[in-house]
Structure formats: C-alpha cells, structure tokens
Design a protein around this ligand. Structure first.
Ligand SMILES: Cc1cc2nc3c(=O)[nH]c(=O)nc-3n(C[C@H](O)[C@H](O)[C@H](O)COP(=O)(O)O)c2cc1C
Length: 405
C-alpha cells in the first residue's frame, strides 16, 4: 500500500508506463481530418459549467480536449445573444471544441457549416440529455432509440463538417429495458462519426449509482472507431483504470473537475508516467476561486459572472472544515471581495480533504421514469425529426431546461 493521496481503491494503481497509452486519434479513416489529443482526456460538455472561463482555467493546468457547453442549433441560428456567447471562444483556444444540440438535420447542417467557418476544430453532438422537456419531444437521449434518425443527424453534421471530426455522446439507453448504445454507436460510426462517447448510465438513472464501465468495454468490442469512456472519473487513477479495464481510447471527465480544475494537471501527470502533485491547500483554492470569478465576470459581465460563481463556491469549498457554515454567505456573494470575506475564518493551510475526492458534486442521486412521445416505440425505424422549439420564447424555455446529458 502506498501513501499516495488517493482513496483506497486507487492506492496501488500504477501510473502509465511509457507507450502504454496512445494519443486519442479522432478522424482516422473518416472523410474528415485527423485530430490527435494527448493525454487522451476530454473535459465533458456540461451546461452552465464548461464555458470559456472554466475551459481556459482547466487548460492552464493540463491538456486534452475541452468541450464547450451544449449549444442549441435553433438558438444559434436565430442569433440568440446568450447562445452565441456560449459558443464563443478565444483566439488562443486550441483545439476548439463545441458540443451542439439539435434534432433537425437541416438546422444541424447549417449550424455545423457556420461553426466550421468560425474555425472550430472538433464537434460533438449531445444524444444523452435526459431532461423530460427534451425527451418528451423525442430529443436528447430519445434519439438513439431511433438509429435511422440518429444516422440522419450524424450524416448532416459530417457532410457539413469538412475536415472537422464529429463525435457523438450518448448514454447506454433509456432504461435497463431499453438499452441502445451498441446499435446507436454502430449507426453513428457508419455515418462518419470519429468517436463515440458513452456515459455508462441510462437516461432513467440520471447521475445515480455507479457508471457501468463494462458497457464501455462492450462498445469498444463492437466499434471500429475510438470509444470515449465516461462516468465516475473522480481521481486521475480512475482514468487509467477505466482505460485498462475497458480498452477505451479516451476518457471524458465530468463532475470530478467541478471546483477542481487541477484534476487536469493530475491527469496529464499520470498519463505521462508521473505521480501527480498534491492538490492545493485551502488558501490556494481561494486564489483559484477568485481567478475563476474574474474570468466569469470578464465573459458574462460583473453581475451575471458573480451569480454564476455562487454554485462554484460550494464545489471549491466542499469538504473543508467549517465550509458548511459559510456556504450561506457564499451563496449571497455580490462581489469577488465577498468571497474572500466569507471564507476568511477558515484555515488557509488546510490540505485538500481526501473525503472530498469522490464526494457528490452537482446532480443528486434521483432516478426518473423517462418520458417519451406517445407511440414513440411503435416504429423505431422512423427517421422523422422530432418537433423542436421554433419561436424565440420556446427556444429560451428549452435552453433553460437543457441542463445535462
Ligand atoms: C452540471 C452538468 C451539466 C451537464 N451538461 C451536459 C451537456 O450539456 N451535454 C452533455 O452531453 N452532457 C452533459 N452533462 C453530462 C456530463 O457530460 C457527463 O456525461 C456526466 O456528468 C457523467 O460524467 P461524470 O460521472 O464524470 O460526471 C452534464 C453533467 C452535469 C453534472
């Protein structure tokens, strides 16, 4: 047993051997161009989270692919101001990666062509969103139930993507009675998707329980394009374990990095064969919080930036002694100075608590019964696009509801 900073399950996991893992190669053998990613680590697209501010912060610690929040095709095409802001990037963001959401091939094609003109380097489509408002209309995680519809959507993207690799992100299926990932993965690869990301839970599981990594291994067996494994990477060693157990070619990291952007440094280190640096102590984390807050304010303006920062303060302070008592004040911050004020009584020297490594961050343990349109399962060969929102108001209501895959 080593004395490394990790939970018990990861105490003896060896860091990568030289040559053990290859860069993630997107686009090999496809009509699109090739993009190599090292380490084979992808920041999961997360609505309300992976905006430019957080992406650039994470990128300063590590390397890999940092995917944007999901951008809805309709909102983007109608020039919605916030959607455009969320799709935005800085000139030095490279590779630039955007997740799109849409269920209409014409919209998707048009959006993709426009993003490619803007200089995007990688495009992902969200087919895992479990939100009732979306699945009830046949969107999000309902799409893989209909492989011919999925194929149409991927085709529309690939045909308009030029050299830019297109990937698909999905869940295992609707529920354990309706598992779709193998068939859907094959349909996506058959239309030119460069990789398939699998969040190894069903839509009805939402974020509860443990991700079923064996499904990732199964998908690796049946696909001839790379598989990106997703679910429950909380410590850098989890990524190594997932790749060793499943044979997947890359990992997607979601909740584990919320309030822990240095996780990307740790991931880069273990993939490069090094033991990772220790996480910052509390005082260092306060500095990172302030830096993050400044970046959010620069992107969204002072007021929206600080409001956005509130949820982050809970993630950054999670598990530190006395943090629960100051959380109320943190949720009311109006300026960055309020952050420093709120935490001043806490111990700046406290090391990062090991108990916070695997603690729940965002999303709870609820499950759901997934809502599908009436008669949706009667004809799974149907490739008719579901009816999406059209007016600005409808689009805004959707964008508000769309908060997860
Ligand atoms: C706050 C939040 C927002 C999310 N938004 C999206 C999204 O916009 N698109 C998507 O494909 N998945 C989204 N997800 C799902 C994540 O990308 C990822 O699949 C999921 O969190 C499982 O990975 P994890 O166990 O590493 O967190 C979201 C997850 C969270 C926690």
């Amino acid at each position: 047993m080593t004395d490394r900073f990790s939970t018990e399950i990861n105490k003896d996991v060896p860091v990568a051997q030289e040559g053990e893992f290859a860069p993630l190669r997107l686009g090999e053998g496809q009509v699109t161009g090739v993009l190599d990613v090292w380490p084979p680590v992808v920041l999961a697209p997360m609505a309300g989270v992976t905006n430019l501010a957080f992406r650039t912060l994470c990128r300063e610690y590590g390397a890999g692919l940092y995917v944007s929040e999901m951008i809805t095709a309709r909102g983007y095409l109608m020039g919605n101001r916030l959607t455009s802001l969320l799709a935005s990037s800085s000139p030095d963001e490279s590779p630039r990666s955007v997740q799109v959401y849409g269920a209409d091939p014409v919209d998707l094609g048009e959006m993709v062509a426009s993003l490619v003109d803007e200089g995007v380097d990688h495009l992902d489509i969200n087919m895992g969103c479990p939100v009732p408002k979306v699945t009830r209309a046949g969107g999000g995680s309902a799409i893989p139930v209909k492989p011919r519809l999925l194929a149409r959507l991927v085709r529309a993207m690939v045909q308009n993507a030029g050299e830019v690799p297109v990937t698909v992100k999905m869940r295992m299926g609707i529920s354990e009675d309706l598992i779709t990932y193998e068939e859907a993965g094959k349909a996506a690869a058959g239309e030119g998707a460069s990789a398939v990301g699998l969040h190894a839970r069903t839509a009805s599981q939402l974020y509860s329980g443990e991700a079923d990594w064996s499904a990732i291994g199964r998908l690796v067996e049946v696909l001839d394009v790379p598989v990106l494994g997703n679910g429950d990477i909380w410590e850098p060693y989890d990524a190594l374990r997932m790749m060793r157990q499943t044979g997947c070619q890359g990992v997607i990291v979601g909740r584990g990095c919320l309030g822990r952007p240095w996780l990307f440094r740790e991931l880069a280190q273990v993939f490069n064969g090094e033991e990772p640096d220790l996480p910052p102590r509390f005082g260092g984390i306060v500095e990172i919080m302030l830096d993050h807050g400044r970046r959010l304010q620069a992107l969204f303006g002072e007021d929206i930036g600080i409001r956005q920062m509130r949820k982050w303060t809970a993630w950054y302070t999670k598990g530190f002694h006395g943090s629960a008592a100051v959380r109320g004040n943190l949720m009311r911050i109006k300026t960055l100075d309020d952050i420093a004020q709120a935490v001043q009584q806490l111990d700046m020297d406290e090391p990062f608590p090991v108990t916070a490594l695997r603690a729940q961050r965002a999303k709870g343990s609820k499950t759901q019964s997934v809502k599908l349109p009436e008669g949706y399962l009667d004809n799974r060969d149907d490739d008719t696009p579901p009816k999406g929102p059209r007016s600005i108001d409808e689009i805004q209501a959707w964008e508000k509801a769309l908060n997860g895959g």
